[in-house]
Write a protein that binds this ligand. Structure first.
Ligand code: NAP
Length: 324
C-alpha cells in the first residue's frame, strides 16, 4: 500500500472497506478536535481525499505535497476552491447523474408538502385541533395543471420538469443563462427571463449550481415579483437565496409558502424560519436515500481510484491536465 487516502467525512461502510483494502486510509474525526488541523496534518503525505460537506481550500490544504485528487461525494462543488486546486494540478471529481432522480423526487416532495401544507397539518392533527371538518384556514393550493417555473434546467431541473409535465400536467417555464432547446422540447418547456418566470409561475424551483452568477440570485426584488399564491422551493444551495428576504416574503404572505432543503449556513440550528408555519424545512436530504448515497460513494470511489491509477475518471470538474 504505497498510496494514502484521507477520508474527510462519513463514508459508506462498504466503500470504506474497499478503500482500506487498496490504500493506507486515514479518517478525519470531528470528535478528535479541530477538523482543519487534522486535515492539514493528514494531507501532508496523502495522494487522494474523499468525502463531502467540508470547505477545502489553501487554508487547510497548503501542507499537501503530493495530493493528486479530491473525490467529492456530491454533485455540487462549491465547497472547493477550484482555482487553487487547478493551480496545484489537483483533480476534483464529483458524482453527477446518480443522484438526479432522487433529488428531483425530493424537490417534488417539497412542492407537494408546501402547497398542501402537509407538515403543518400533520402537527395540527396530532395536536388535537381537528374538531370539525376543515375549512378555508386549512386549504392549500392545487398542483396539477399549474405553471412550474424551473430556475436551472440542468440534470435535476429536467428530472423535475419530467415529473411536472408527465405526472401532473403542468405547464413548464424555465430560466438558465443559456437556453436549452433540446431539453426544453421534451417537456414543452418555454424559456423565460428570470422576471418573466417569477411573475408567471405558480411554483418556482431553484435547481442551479452555486456560482458567481447564481449567488444571491433570489432576493427582495425577486420575491416582490412572485404571485401571492406562489410556492417557492430551493433544493440547490442556500446562498442562491437571500434568506432574510425569504423570511420577510413568508411573514408578510407576499408568497404562499416555501419548501427548503438547503440554507446559507448548515447545519441550521436556529432560524426565524422555524417560527413560520408556511415553510417546510428539511435538513439537506436531496440525495439522502440508502440506494443513492451508496451509488454516490461508489462513483466517488471509482473516480478516486481512476485518478490514482492514472486513468481518466468518469466525472471530473476540472479535466484540465493530463496525468504525469
Ligand atoms: P447541472 O446539470 O449542472 O445543472 C445546473 C443548471 O443550472 C445548469 O443547467 C446551468 O445552466 C444552470 N445555471 C447555473 N447558473 C445559473 C444562473 N445564474 N441562472 C440560471 N441558471 C443557471 O447540475 P445538477 O446535477 O442539476 O445539480 C444542480 C445543483 O443542485 C448542484 O450543483 C447542487 O448544488 C444542487 N444539489 C443539491 C442537492 C441536495 O441535496 N439538495 C442534491 C444534488 C444537487 P447554464 O449554465 O446555462 O446557466
Amino acid at each position: 500500500m504505497d498510496k494514502k487516502v484521507v477520508v474527510f467525512s462519513q463514508l459508506n461502510r462498504e466503500i470504506l472497506t474497499q478503500l482500506e483494502q487498496k490504500y493506507e486510509v486515514a479518517v478525519v474525526d470531528p470528535r478528535q478536535g479541530d477538523v482543519n488541523q487534522q486535515i492539514l496534518k493528514l494531507v501532508e503525505n496523502a495522494d487522494g481525499m474523499i468525502g463531502a460537506g467540508r470547505l477545502l481550500n489553501e487554508t487547510n490544504l497548503h501542507t499537501a505535497e503530493r495530493l493528486k485528487v479530491i473525490s467529492s461525494v456530491s454533485v455540487g462543488y462549491d465547497n472547493y476552491d477550484l482555482n487553487y486546486l487547478n493551480s496545484k494540478k489537483i483533480w476534483l471529481c464529483n458524482t453527477p447523474h446518480v443522484l438526479t432522480e432522487t433529488t428531483a423526487d425530493l424537490a417534488f416532495t417539497l412542492i407537494l408538502s408546501a402547497a398542501r401544507r402537509v407538515p403543518e397539518l400533520d402537527r395540527w392533527t396530532k395536536g388535537g385541533q381537528w374538531k370539525r371538518t376543515v375549512a378555508t384556514a386549512q386549504f392549500g393550493q392545487d398542483i396539477h395543471a399549474k405553471t412550474l417555473g424551473i430556475i436551472g434546467l440542468g440534470n435535476i431541473g429536467a428530472a423535475l420538469a419530467k415529473r411536472g409535465h408527465y405526472g401532473f400536467g403542468m405547464n413548464i417555464l424555465y430560466h438558465n443563462r443559456h437556453e436549452k432547446p433540446e431539453s426544453a422540447q421534451v417537456f414543452n418547456a418555454q424559456y423565460c427571463t428570470l422576471p418573466e418566470l417569477l411573475k408567471k409561475s405558480d411554483f418556482i424551483v431553484v435547481a442551479v449550481d452555486l456560482n458567481t452568477d447564481s449567488k444571491a440570485l433570489i432576493g427582495k426584488d425577486e420575491f416582490a415579483l412572485m404571485q401571492p399564491h406562489a410556492v417557492f422551493v430551493n433544493i440547490a444551495r442556500g446562498s442562491v437565496v437571500d434568506e432574510n428576504a425569504l423570511v420577510q416574503a413568508l411573514k408578510t404572505e407576499q408568497i404562499f409558502a416555501a419548501g427548503l432543503d438547503v440554507y446559507a449556513s448548515e447545519p441550521l440550528q436556529e432560524s426565524e424560519l422555524f417560527d413560520l408555519s408556511n415553510v417546510v424545512t428539511l435538513p439537506h436530504i436531496g440525495s439522502a436515500t440508502a440506494e443513492t448515497r451508496k451509488k454516490m460513494a461508489q462513483l466517488a470511489y471509482d473516480n478516486l481510484v481512476s485518478v490514482l491509477d492514472g486513468t481518466l475518471p468518469e466525472a471530473t470538474v476540472n479535466p484540465l491536465f493530463s496525468h504525469n
